[in-house]
Design a protein around this ligand. Structure first.
Ligand SMILES: Cc1cc2nc3c(=O)[nH]c(=O)nc-3n(C[C@H](O)[C@H](O)[C@H](O)COP(=O)(O)OP(=O)(O)OC[C@H]3O[C@@H](n4cnc5c(N)ncnc54)[C@H](O)[C@@H]3O)c2cc1C
Length: 410
């Protein structure tokens, strides 16, 4: 067993009792990339910001741990040290489908475990002046109009109420935070696609498969796909998107992942993890992946959603972290006025417009690819084409995996 890559968590900078006594300008709920980057940007502009999460960090997160060009650009825009120094290069993706495999180049990608990335971003947000309070499980938020917003949570089994001018919900796919007050726009509505896949993943020991560094192996089958990559500390990150029917037929998530990997008979020189290795790993599953919710909620439009809590499609194009960071940038720009914070309606209108401009094309491209991936003949044809015409694979890379800007490829 190798030592975990972090030496300590990120300690709270304030107690729950002290946080209750402060009139916050913004409380950000959820400290993944979307929440941490939003809190970082707000705090850096002098906004009195509290970042809370139900977990202490680091915490488990189902993720392929690959940083796209977009994620790299967004991290670079945050600060020169926003990318943890331990991130390692990612040069190519090896697509394995049945008896075929093909390599596709990945320009400028990086690999970093979420054990390292997420606490690093929280630490940078703290350094920018934000307060951090882990162990806060938020149940509901309410927009009390000119009186601001009220957040209800539990902390160490005790109920807790916090007040702020705005609330940012960045709770990822597991967004169960309830917006309580009457909302004539019905803007709390969440829509989950009927055919949505679920995510599943975990971290395997270094010796569980032969995987070269700098290569993402993506095994694709009729029932979903599974990415495997060697992390900066040698462990193997495994992250899959699975049809819910395939999980039900296999019996459980581990059996479904093992069956999917077994279908990838030819993964080049890579030996993929066998069923025992998959079973031995502590696996986590996600709620359905393909979803969207209102970007803004509340009577006076003081409650904002960002990152996966607002919109997610599927992980195949590897842009979730980049999207989360880019959405944090758009939201912070909408909230911050030259002096202080904007009025709620103004901030809401700017966020909705900016989000649409930034993501509509990228989300549509990802949705199209997710649909095509469900057709085995198309997947087989794409792998065969990439194998026989490497130049075509190179041209396809930005269309499939996105460019540095979310709105730039469609
Ligand atoms: C299988 C799979 C593979 C993926 N691979 C990649 C990849 O390789 N590259 C990539 O860029 N993206 C990938 N993604 C997507 C990426 O993981 C997400 O898009 C990204 O983490 C979204 O960030 P976020 O901040 O919105 O949410 P999250 O990272 O999920 O963070 C949400 C936070 O909110 C907290 N929270 C939730 N509920 C509450 C509550 N009620 N109270 C308080 N706190 C709460 C959680 O504890 C968590 O810390 C993958 C996703 C999946 C499912």
């Amino acid at each position: 067993m190798i030592a975990p890559p972090w030496s300590a968590g990120v300690p709270a900078t304030i107690s729950a009792a002290a946080a209750k006594g402060i009139g916050w300008q913004v409380i950000v709920v959820g400290a993944g990339p979307a929440g941490a980057a939003t809190a970082w940007r707000l705090a850096a502009r002098g906004v009195r910001t509290l970042l809370v999460d139900r977990h202490a960090f680091p915490r488990a997160k189902v993720c392929g741990c690959c940083l796209s060009q977009l994620a790299m650009r967004e991290l670079g825009a945050l600060a020169p040290d926003a990318l943890p120094a331990s991130a390692i290069p990612l040069a190519s993706v090896l697509l394995a489908h049945g008896r075929r495999h093909a390599a596709v180049p990945l320009p400028a990608g990086r690999v970093i475990s979420r054990d390292v990335l997420d606490p690093h971003l929280v630490g940078r947000a703290i350094a920018a002046g934000c307060h951090w309070l882990p162990g806060i499980h938020v149940a509901s938020v309410a927009d009390a109009g000119t009186a601001g917003t009220v957040l209800t949570a539990t902390a160490s089994g005790q109920s807790l109420m916090l007040r702020s001018e705005f609330i940012v919900v960045a709770t990822g796919l597991a967004d169960h935070v309830r917006v309580v007050e009457h909302d004539p726009r019905g803007s709390d509505q969440r829509v989950i696609a009927a055919a949505s896949r679920i995510g599943a993943g975990g971290i395997l020991p270094p010796e569980s498969c032969d995987l070269p560094a700098a290569t993402l192996v993506m095994a694709v089958s009729r029932s979903g796909y599974c990415g495997l990559v060697r992390l900066e500390d040698g462990r193997i990150d495994m992250a899959a998107a699975l049809d819910r029917g395939a999980v039900a037929r296999a019996g459980d998530v581990a059996a479904a992942v093992a069956a999917l990997l077994a279908e990838a008979v030819d993964a080049g020189s890579c030996r993929l993890p066998d069923a025992d290795a998959v079973r031995a790993a502590p696996l986590h599953a996600t709620p359905p992946l393909t979803r969207r919710a209102a970007l803004v909620a509340g009577r006076d439009r003081r409650i904002f959603r960002v990152g996966d809590a607002a919109h997610y499609v599927e992980p195949f194009t590897g842009e979730g972290i980049g999207w989360a960071l880019a959405a944090a940038r758009v939201l912070a720009a909408a909230l911050i006025a030259p002096r202080g914070l904007r009025a709620p309606g103004d901030a809401a209108a700017r966020y909705v417009a900016g989000h649409g401009r930034e993501f509509a094309a990228a989300h549509a491209r990802c949705q199209l690819i997710a649909t095509q991936l469900r057709r085995p003949t198309i997947v087989a044809g794409a792998v065969a084409a990439a194998r026989t015409m490497p130049w075509a694979a190179r041209l396809l890379t930005p269309a499939v995996l996105g460019s540095a800007s979310p709105g730039a490829t469609a």
